[in-house]
Write a protein that binds this ligand. Sequence first.
Ligand code: NAD
Ligand code: MG
Length: 400
Amino acid sequence: MTRSLTILGATGSIGRSTSDVVLSHRDEFRIEAVVGGRDAQALAEVARRLGARFAALADERGGAELREALAGSGIASGAGDAAVIEAAERDADVVLAAISGAAGLRPTHAAMKSGRRLALANKESLVCAGAAFMADAKRLGVEIMPVDSEHNALDQALAAGRNVDVEKAIITATGGPFRTWPRERIAKASAKEASAHPVWSMGSKINIDSATLMNKGLELIEAHHLFGLEAERLDVLVHPEAIVHGLVQWSDGALTAGLALPDMKVPIANALRHRERLRMDLPRLDLAAIGGLSFERPDETRFPCLSLAKAALQAGGAMPVVLNAANEIAVEAFMAGRIGFYAISEYVESVCSIFSRRNIAAPSTVSEALAIDEEARVTARQAIPAVDEQTLPQGARKGR
Ligand code: NAD
Ligand code: MG
C-alpha cells in the first residue's frame, strides 16, 4: 500500500537517509511535502528527486530562489515559519520529523496535532516538551515511532514484555572520538577533531554532542518520555562497535537487545513502517565476521555532560529545556572556535545552576517550553565570555 510521507529536515543527514529509503521503495511512498532550513537549492533538488507536492523553506529570504529552482516542476513552494507549519500540517500518513534542535518543536508538534503519525528523529521535541508531546499524542491517539537508533532498538526490545517488568532500559554510546583520550588531550581538542565520529555519519551539532556524550544524556531524557521509565530504570553503556543499540533487562534477569549495523536507514525504515517492516537491501550483520563486541562504563569525569544531563533528568521541571538550550549555544561557540571543549560543560553547568534556584515547573505546552528555551539561550549567551577566559586552551584564546 502506498503511504504519503512528509519529511521535515529533508536536506539534513537524517533527511538524506530517509530519501534513500524512499527512493529504494518507489511504489511504497508518495511524498507530500519536504521542509528545509536555509538552502533553497538543496531543498529544490530533494523535492524534485522525490516528486514532492510542496516544499517549504524556513528562511523567508530564500523564497524566491526556491520558487525559481522549482519552476516548471509543478511543485508548489513557500518560505517562512507559516509555510513550514503548512507543510507539517498537510495531509500525510507519516511525518518524519528531522529538523535539528529546538527549532524542530513547533513544526513537529503541528504535525502531531493534525493527527499525523510521527517518525521522530528530533529528540529535542521530547527533551524540551516531552510531557506536552506525550500527553497530546495520547489524547489524539497519535503514534510516535522513534527514529533515534537506540530508542528504535528499545522500542523493538520492549515489545517482548510488559513495561512493569522492565528492570532497566539501557542505551549504548560509541564513546565518540575521544573515548580513549586522556582528559588533558581532550581539553585541547578542536571542533574538527570532535567532529570525527568513529562510526556514525551525522549532522554537525549531534556530532559534537556525541564527543561530549551530551547526546547520550539527551537520549536518556528522550527515553524517559517515550517509554515512561524513570531515571532509575535508565542506563548508558559504552559500546564502541555500535552493533547493540539498546537493551532491556527484565525482572527475571533475562535481557532483550536490539542489534543492527550502524546505518540510520535501518531505524528510519522501521519507524516508517513499524511492525509491517520494509524489505531493506542493505548488508546483513555478520557477527562471526565482527568476532567480538565490547562494553565499558561511561567515564563521567572525562565526559561531564553526561552527568549534567542525568542531573537535569533527575531534577525534572524545566531543567532539561535549560540544559538543551545552554548546550546548543555552547556547542555553536565551540564549533566557531570561540571556546574550548570543556567550556561546553562549564557553560551548561553554570546556566543550569542559575535556573535551578528558580524551580520552574515542567512546561505543559510547546509555547511554554520555547519561552524557557529562549530565556536560557539569553542567559547562556551572556555567560559565555566569563567562562571563556578561564577555560580556553592557551593557543585558542582570541586576540592574545
Ligand atoms: P542536520 O543538521 O544534518 O539536518 C537538519 C535539518 O533541519 C536540515 O534539513 C536543515 O535544513 C533543517 N533545519 C534546520 N533549522 C531549521 C529550521 N529552523 N526550520 C526548518 N528546518 C530547519 O541534522 P541531523 O543530523 O539530520 O539531525 C536531525 C535531528 O535528528 C536532530 O534532532 C538529531 O538529534 C536527530 N538525530 C540524528 C541522528 C543522525 O544520525 N544524524 C541520529 C539520531 C537522531
Ligand atoms: Mg542516537
